[in-house]
Write a protein that binds this ligand. Structure first.
Ligand SMILES: Nc1ncnc2c1ncn2[C@@H]1O[C@H](COP(=O)(O)OP(=O)(O)O)[C@@H](O)[C@H]1O
Ligand SMILES: [Mg+2]
Length: 377
């Protein structure tokens, strides 16, 4: 997949921008604050319907303007064209795909693929487990939109179960003797276990696939560093064999009954699981790894997600590397460029003339970004 044409109106510091892009490696250069990341943010927004920078859509509209518009034309490997229009107005967003209004996120997610990496993107390794769960769930939804149902089912059952826990235990450790409440509690627990087990199985499956893609990429990127890193799904529920997950979830819940009577919320399940980056000897990378190791792992993980799109969706994602080269030595830069060059379109930003000099041979096109304008260099 590649972005063939992009128009921005009142998006961040762009009053109006109209550009066509070739395939291959595209380098955007310009001083800090010129608008390089803003441009990538717009592309990323189109595939995820959210910014990697802000959760407040209002910030995206150019200061003083009433709304922002992104118009884009994408083309896939079979030369199918996709037109997307996105309008951000008063904190709301309106999306059209090939001329039709998009009502539901699940009808849209999975249509356009991109992956984004910037040097601060260590959060995937060091951040809250919720972040990693979100990434896994999002990738699952892209591959299998029908999982929306399972995820919603799990969430609703857990909410009901939590409500009932609070009714049955009006105060921590206090239990009301009420048969009806108990029956509903058992019913929602069972629903939660079934949908939760399915979700865990799916997450486990995608983690294993990603691990297989991640390892060689990581080895290639971090070649001098030597240390091996692997991806591992972590749960309090026993994961092996996968057919036993529901039974194990039921048992762990039963064992947690006493503590849940004082906690009054559901303390085990997919909503508490994590995906770990483990060092060779099993230690957790985020606790024992060096900055350099974490950076390589974060980047290799993004590239593994690209490979996953490519294999499963039979289409290359658009890869965006925002200032990603700046903290790398020349060897790693070279290896990253080699890996990135496999995709049909890659956007790379850099504020450094030296760096642009190093990579421009591999680039199809270099653009200069200044004051909300983008011009071929
Ligand atoms: N809503 C907005 N309206 C106008 N300008 C904005 C808006 N949001 C950010 N900017 C401007 O965009 C610039 C940052 O652009 P950015 O793409 O991050 O630069 P860089 O080229 O360094 O990646 C800043 O000058 C900032 O003031
Ligand atoms: Mg930037």
């Amino acid at each position: 997949m590649h972005l063939a044409a992009l128009t921005l109106r009142d998006y961040r510091n762009y009053r109006i921008l109209e550009l066509e892009f070739p395939r291959g490696v595209i380098v955007l250069t310009g001083e800090n604050g010129a608008g390089k990341s803003n441009l990538l943010e717009a592309i990323h927004y189109l595939s995820y319907l959210k910014s990697f920078r802000t959760s407040r859509d209002k910030e995206i509209v150019r200061f003083g303007a009433p709304y922002a518009v992104i118009d884009a034309r994408f083309s896939d490997e079979q030369s199918h064209d996709f037109e997307v229009r996105l309008v951000l107005k008063d904190g709301k967003r309106f999306v059209r795909f090939n001329g039709d209004d998009v009502q539901k996120f699940q009808d849209y997610i999975g249509k356009l693929h991109s992956q984004f990496f910037f040097p601060g993107d260590l959060g995937i390794v060091t951040g809250d487990p919720a972040l990693r769960r979100e990434v896994l769930d999002l990738e699952l939804l892209r591959l299998k939109p029908q999982l929306t149902k399972v995820m919603n089912h799990f969430r609703r059952a857990r909410e009901q179960r939590n409500k009932l826990l609070k009714m049955i235990h009006p105060q921590p450790g206090v239990t009301r003797d009420n048969r009806e409440l108990q029956q509903s509690f058992t019913a929602f627990s069972e629903q939660m276990v079934q949908s939760g087990a399915q979700l865990v199985r799916e997450r486990l499956g995608i983690t294993r696939v990603l691990d297989g893609l991640f390892r060689p990429l990581h080895r290639q990127l971090a070649s001098e560093a030597g240390e091996q890193v692997t991806l591992d799904y972590f749960s309090q529920v026993t994961l092996d064999p996968p057919e036993g997950i529901a039974a194990s979830y039921g048992e762990v819940l039963a064992a947690a009954a006493a503590s849940e009577s004082s906690l009054r919320y559901t303390s085990v399940g997919p909503h508490r699981d994590d995906m770990l980056f483990r060092l060779g000897d099993g230690r957790d990378l985020k606790r024992f790894g060096s900055q350099g190791q974490m950076r390589s792992a974060a980047l290799a993980f993004r590239l593994a997600l690209c490979e996953l799109s490519r294999q499963r969706m039979k289409d290359d994602p658009i890869l965006m590397l925002d200032d990603a080269l700046s903290e790398m030595d020349d060897g790693r830069k070279g290896r990253l460029m080699e890996l990135a060059g496999r995709y049909s379109q890659v956007f790379i930003t850099s504020a450094s003339a030296r760096e642009v000099g190093q990579i421009k041979r591999a680039a199809g096109q270099v653009y200069r970004v200044a004051n909300g304008r983008v011009e071929p260099y």
